[in-house]
Each structure stands twice: as structure tokens, then as C-alpha cells.
Design a protein around this ligand. Structure first.
Ligand SMILES: *Cc1c(COP(=O)(O)O)cnc(C)c1O
Length: 416
């Protein structure tokens, strides 16, 4: 079993907690940058490779700025996400707009920014033309329908609401070609939180073959293929991270066999991963405030499901370190719970942990993606702060915690 490590010592963490209070999410800049460089290195062979960070995973401009410095773009799917990308100085083809069921104003903004627009449906051609006009470059999201495998989070493609069918995609590119579009991209995303690199290589094969067929049937050249996100992370200590080199080399071989061997022009490769980019480098820090022994033994902490929804919503495993007790015997069994009036508000169920005393700090691992981002205010819960652990060891507040005034900001009590 791999020991899941923390990027700070107990003493450093106690100093951070005494300044900012609990709970908070803290992100490790060094870890994020090293990981980003590994991903880019795995695709250094690929012409114009770009990772577009899926903003929804961690929509904080300070994190986006770090990723921009590492050469990443942004993958957005809403107006506020487009604005966040714009605020950090991303423009044009540095922004991928992969939305679905898209409101008109979002297409208008995406077009204004010159973003790459991935249309999610064939009917969106007319919708886009009417509201924003047809851009010079267009991409469609492909839904391949029944596939072998598939996985639990994203479900089976034929049951997913995303993308165009195989038949539609040929028509869609024909229509766009006839409307005078000059640049073409194509997108798919069929997996989520997947640790097996072969799925990504399979996806590349499917897409390269489709591009070849589209080229042969319609006479159009593709400039860009986007394999979406979905690379998983080792939430459990016994899991291994995905080796980007295996994906990079597997895709390279197929690129040579399908794209180059058939004389197709160079194709830029894109990914829009979120989870694997920041997920492992975020930590939710919370304090034990109650111990309750009834039919089971509970540890109540000062964070709740509003700070991290994944365990309650999907039953997802998030590793927990009791700070300073890493090497103590893990001979207790606890449910670690928040304060929401929902019984699913549990960060861990029947977890083997060391004996926890009131005041102990608990670190919940792998909260850097879909963690704070999925926060909510149900039950009057206020979202926690976000901190950034800089490479030099200093700590910066990159989002303050919510206040009661924030919670009431949309109410007008004067008209009661
Ligand atoms: C969520 C999402 C991603 C990112 O997925 P991860 O699992 O975080 O890598 C990428 N593209 C689209 C369209 C998405 O909806």
C-alpha cells in the first residue's frame, strides 16, 4: 500500500490553520506544475498538442493562471467559465467551449472570444448561426453509441445526452463545409475517472479512423482532434496513477499508422482533462469537533458535504489522514461525518483510522478537482476558503470563505 503523502508538515499545517481557521481546501502549486509538465512531455512528439483544463473541476483563476503558465488552455461550458478564462488572459483557440444544451448568450460570448466551439448537436448549427453566426472554425462532439466497456460515472455512450450520432456527424460536417467553414476539429469524451490507459488509446483509434473516413467522404481536412478528459486518479492508496507516457506513446503509434500513413495533414491533439490535473493536489483540511458513539462510532468534523460532495453523492472514496497520527495503529472504525441534515453527509464510512481526539486535524485527500467546485449552500452551509501553497512554502488565500452576508445576498429583507 502506497502511503498517501501530504505536501506540508504537521507544524506547517497548524500555522496555516491558526491563520485561516478550518475548514479549507489547500492546493499544492509544486505538485500541479510538476504534473502539468509530465503530461506535456508525454505528448511532446505531437504537433501543437494542448491540454485545455476543464474549468469546472476547479474554477479558481489563480489555479488557471498557473496552468496557463504551463501552456494549458481552458475548457469551458458556461458563461461564467468563459469569463474566468478571459480574466486570466486566455483568448482565441486557447479556449475550448464544450457545452451542451447551450443558451444563446454563451455561444455569443464564445464566438466573441474566438474560442473553439464544440457543437453538441446537429440542431445547434442553425441555433449558432441565428444567435452568433457561423465561425470560421468549427468542431462537433461525437457520441459513438454502444461501445464495449464504458464506466459508471459517465455511463454508456448511447445513454449519454452528449454529442452527435455517427450518422449525424457526417451530415453536420457536410453542412458546415457547404456553409464555407474553413477549419475543422472534432471532439469526443466517452470515459470518466478511468485509470486504464488503454481506454484513451482506444478512443484515439476510434477518432483517427473517423477523421480518415470523414476526410475521404467529404473531402475536408481536420486540424484538431480533442479526446476530452476522463483520466482518473488513484483515490485509493492501493491504486496507481495513470502513466501519461503509455497514453502518449500508444496514441503516437496510431497517429503514424492512421493519420500519417494515409497522407492526412498534421492534426493537433487536444485533451480537456480536469480531475487528473488538479485532483491529487488539493486537500480539504477539517477539524474533529464531536465524537458520538451509538450503534456506530462517529467523528463529526467542521467540514460537510457542501465542501466535498463526492463521497455523499457517489459513495466515492477519499483517503483521510489524521495529522500527526500517520504511523499510529489504525485500529478504530469510524464514520467521519459532516453536519448536514442528510444521512449521506459522510466523508468516510466504516473507515479504519487511528484513535481521533477532539481538536485533531483531518486531511481529506484528492479534493483538488470537483471538490470546492461542487460546493453548495443547502442547509445554510457556507462554502469554505481556498488556499494556495506556493512553491516557496508560502500560503496565499485564493478565495475567502463565504459569509452569512454572502448567503443572504439574494434576499431583500426590507420588503418583509
Ligand atoms: C467534465 C468534463 C471534462 C473533464 O473531465 P475530467 O474527468 O475532470 O477529466 C472535460 N470535458 C468535458 C466536456 C466535461 O464535461
Amino acid at each position: 500500500m502506497v502511503q498517501k503523502k501530504l505536501p506540508f508538515t504537521k507544524e506547517q499545517l497548524e500555522a496555516i490553520v491558526s491563520e485561516y481557521g478550518t475548514p479549507f481546501h489547500i492546493y499544492d502549486e509544486k505538485g500541479i506544475r510538476e504534473n502539468a509538465r509530465k503530461l506535456v512531455a508525454a505528448f511532446s512528439w505531437a504537433p501543437g498538442f494542448k491540454e485545455y483544463f476543464a474549468v469546472k473541476a476547479a474554477p479558481n483563476p489563480y489555479l488557471l493562471k498557473i496552468l496557463k503558465e504551463e501552456g494549458f488552455g481552458a475548457d469551458c461550458s458556461s458563461l461564467p467559465e468563459l469569463i474566468l478564462a478571459e480574466k486570466v488572459g486566455l483568448t482565441g483557440h486557447e479556449i475550448m467551449f464544450t457545452s451542451n444544451n447551450t443558451p444563446a448568450d454563451e455561444y455569443v460570448k464564445a464566438k466573441e472570444l474566438g474560442a473553439i466551439i464544440n457543437l453538441d448537436d446537429i440542431t445547434h448549427i442553425d441555433f449558432l448561426e441565428k444567435h452568433a453566426g457561423i465561425p470560421e472554425f468549427i468542431s462537433f462532439r461525437y457520441n459513438p453509441g454502444p461501445l464495449r466497456g464504458g464506466n459508471a460515472i459517465i455511463g454508456r455512450p448511447e445513454e449519454a445526452k452528449y454529442g452527435l450520432t455517427r450518422e449525424q456527424i457526417f451530415n453536420a460536417y457536410r453542412i458546415m463545409r457547404d456553409k464555407g467553414v474553413k477549419g475543422f476539429g472534432i471532439h469526443t469524451m466517452v470515459i470518466s475517472n478511468e485509470l486504464d490507459p488503454n481506454y484513451f488509446i482506444e478512443t484515439a483509434k476510434m477518432m483517427f479512423e473517423l477523421i480518415l473516413e470523414l476526410h475521404q467522404k467529404l473531402g475536408i481536412n481536420f486540424e484538431l482532434v480533442n479526446f476530452g478528459g476522463g483520466i482518473g486518479i488513484p483515490y485509493r492508496p492501493e491504486q496507481e496513477p495513470v502513466d501519461y507516457q503509455i497514453i502518449g506513446q500508444g496514441v503516437k503509434k496510431l497517429y503514424e499508422e492512421i493519420i500519417e500513413a494515409n497522407g492526412l495533414p498534421p492534426l493537433k491533439l487536444a485533451l480537456e482533462c480536469g480531475r487528473v490535473i488538479t485532483g491529487p493536489y488539493g486537500y480539504l483540511v477539517t477539524r474533529a469537533i464531536h465524537r458520538k458513539n451509538i450503534y456506530k462510532n462517529y467523528i463529526g468534523v467542521d467540514a460537510c458535504m457542501a465542501d466535498l460532495m463526492r463521497p455523499g453523492m457517489y459513495g466515492a472514496y477519499h483517503h483521510i489522514t489524521v495529522v500527526g497520527k500517520e504511523n499510529a495503529p489504525h485500529d478504530r472504525i469510524y464514520d467521519v461525518v459532516g453536519s448536514l441534515c442528510e444521512n449521506c453527509d459522510k466523508f468516510a464510512v466504516d473507515r479504519n483510522l487511528p484513535e481521533i481526539e477532539m481538536g485533531d486535524l483531518l486531511v481529506i485527500h484528492d479534493t483538488g478537482a470537483h471538490g470546492h467546485a461542487m460546493g453548495f449552500n443547502y442547509n445554510g452551509k457556507l462554502r469554505s476558503a481556498e488556499l494556495l501553497l506556493r512553491e516557496d512554502g508560502s500560503v496565499e488565500l485564493i478565495r475567502r470563505r463565504e459569509t452569512i452576508d454572502d448567503y443572504f445576498a439574494t434576499l431583500d429583507f426590507s420588503r418583509l
